[in-house]
Write a protein that binds this ligand. Structure first.
Ligand code: UD1
Ligand code: CA
Length: 475
């Protein structure tokens, strides 16, 4: 669904605020890190929720933070731009208390408050939009989004009255044996009229099994006030699963990953040899007719062009790969660019803005750091290229090292076009090898090599002027 459609299905005169609960530690994660910071698809849970919230074009997004507040803020600050208001809940006394932390902002507001949980990452914007649309149509002051679960264990149950209308929510721990049979559960996603929400919240008491202030008590209180409370039963329970344990985190990762790969196959025309062993970030793009072998990880904002072949054991992170590129087995490519028609690996390592220009080749056990390899150039075996700029049609022999570090500073190596660097050459930077030159095998190049020269030795000296020889031949 397009964003403008999303706006259309809502009444736009009532301001909309989103409130995201994200203060809890998530004890069942057995982690020192706050639950909402754990990642699926390479992004923190809170970021997934934040993106869904943003799609509603809210007036403000209130994020209730507590555990690792600064880290949680940092995870979504950029995403939210100026819309975010981070509210501290110093002590986690329950979901009701969490919402109460935002009362100074919202208690007198007539806005529509949409409450989301920071640990429910798969909710779709479309679902939320129809939920809000239904809520507004119903004239209720509170709507609860529910789903039916085959195994509702752990969730709050939606109790309905004799005429099948909403009666209350009861938490697992407070439920009777009969209530625990109920399969309709509270997703933890709600719409409220702001002032009604806060007037009811003020009356919530922690008189329950957990001694917490439950947000789930609010709908019942509103009902008792004679207000209308609505339940919206959603058909797809997977969207509202909350992450509570590492096992669930892994299940979600799997689900997200399967969806990403499936979409790339069905819509993107990408071949996966084994979809269940392919790890592609939701933010990555892969072009048509590319083939991804098992155990490839494509992370972050990576783009891979058309007709590429990526072999097993390779990891590509935040990089751009052109068309018709072959990446052989077990390469690590981070923050780098590989232009079209290149071949890389096996066992190559590209990092820190390495750039391979069109048609160039990097072979086995070659590391390229902060370096540019020009068009039609090759570095095939056992080489370190660091802080180097290499021209076109240049060949870097086996075992070449750019000695870029003198113990204090990094220095540049420049190798111009049409150069042949002999096997086992040490290029002691800063150094420049002129166009058309050759270094003999085993040279230690400590001084600039003029164009069209052959150097050899330790340290390397000019042995021959190649152009003169050519001129002599001509004469
Ligand atoms: C809650 C609901 C339950 C529902 C389930 C759906 C209550 C009392 N129960 O239970 O009915 O079925 O969600 O997933 O609301 N949080 C805070 N501050 C707190 C406590 C929690 O910010 O003091 C945050 C947590 O970080 C989390 C969210 O609120 O993001 C939900 O809290 P959690 O403890 O996971 O609630 P559940 O027990 O899952
Ligand atoms: Ca939960």
């Amino acid at each position: 669904m397009q964003k403008d459609q999303i706006l259309q299905s809502r009444q736009t005169d009532q301001p909309l605020d989103v409130l995201i609960l994200a203060a809890g530690l998530g004890t069942r994660m057995k982690s020192a890190r706050a639950k909402v910071l754990h990642k699926i698809g390479g992004l923190p849970l809170i970021t997934h929720v934040g993106r869904t919230a943003m799609s509603l074009h809210p007036r403000k997004i209130y994020v209730i933070v507590g555990h690792q507040a600064t880290e949680v803020e940092n995870a979504v600050k950029e995403e939210f731009g100026g819309l975010a208001e981070f509210v501290m809940q110093a002590e986690q006394r329950g979901t009701g208390d969490a919402v109460m932390s935002a009362n100074t902002y919202l208690e007198n507001s007539d806005s529509l408050v949409v409450v989301l949980s920071g640990d429910v990452p798969l909710l779709k914007a479309e679902t939320l939009d129809s939920f809000i649309g239904e809520h507004q149509k119903s004239g209720a002051v509170c709507s609860v989004l529910s789903v039916r679960l085959e195994n509702p264990t752990g969730y709050g149950r939606v109790v309905r009255d004799d005429s099948d209308q909403f009666a209350r929510i009861v938490e697992q721990k407070d439920a009777t044996v009969e209530e625990r049979q109920i399969k309709e559960i509270n997703s933890g996603i709600y719409c409220f009229t702001a002032d009604k929400l806060f007037s009811a919240l003020a009356r919530v008491q922690p008189t329950n099994e957990q001694g917490e202030y439950y947000l789930t008590d609010v709908p019942e209180l509103l009902l008792a006030d004679g207000e209308k409370v609505n339940v919206y039963l959603h058909h797809d329970p997977r969207e509202v699963y909350g992450v509570n344990t590492r096992a669930e985190l892994a299940e979600f990762e799997n689900l997200v990953r399967r969806n990403t790969v499936r979409k790339l196959m069905l819509e993107g025309g990408v071949t996966f040899i084994d979809p269940s062993h392919s790890y592609i970030s939701a933010e990555a793009e892969i072009g048509r007719d590319s083939i991804i072998y098992p155990d490839v990880a494509v992370e972050g904002k990576t783009s891979v062009g058309e007709n590429c072949e990526i072999r097993s054991g390779t990891r590509i992170t935040n990089s751009n790969i052109g068309d018709n590129v072959t990446i052989k087995d077990h390469c690590v490519i981070i923050d780098s660019t590989i232009e079209s028609n290149c071949s890389v690996g096996p066992f190559a390592h590209l990092r820190m803005n390495a750039v391979l220009e069109e048609n160039s080749v990097v072979g086995n056990f070659v590391e390229v750091k902060k370096s540019r390899l020009g068009r039609n150039s090759k570095s095939m075996h056992l080489t370190y290229l660091g802080d180097a700029t290499i021209g076109e049609r240049t060949n870097i022999g086996a075992g070449t090292i750019t000695c870029n570090y003198d113990g204090k500073n990094k220095h540049q190596t420049i190798i111009e076009d049409d150069v042949k660097i002999g096997s086992d050459t040490m290029l002691v930077a800063p150094v420049r090898v002129g166009k058309g030159s050759i270094t003999a095998a085993g040279s230690v190049v400590t001084e600039d090599v003029p164009p069209d020269s052959l150097v050899a030795g330790v340290p390397a000296v000019v042995k021959k002027r190649l152009v003169e020889r050519n001129d002599e031949k001509k004469g």
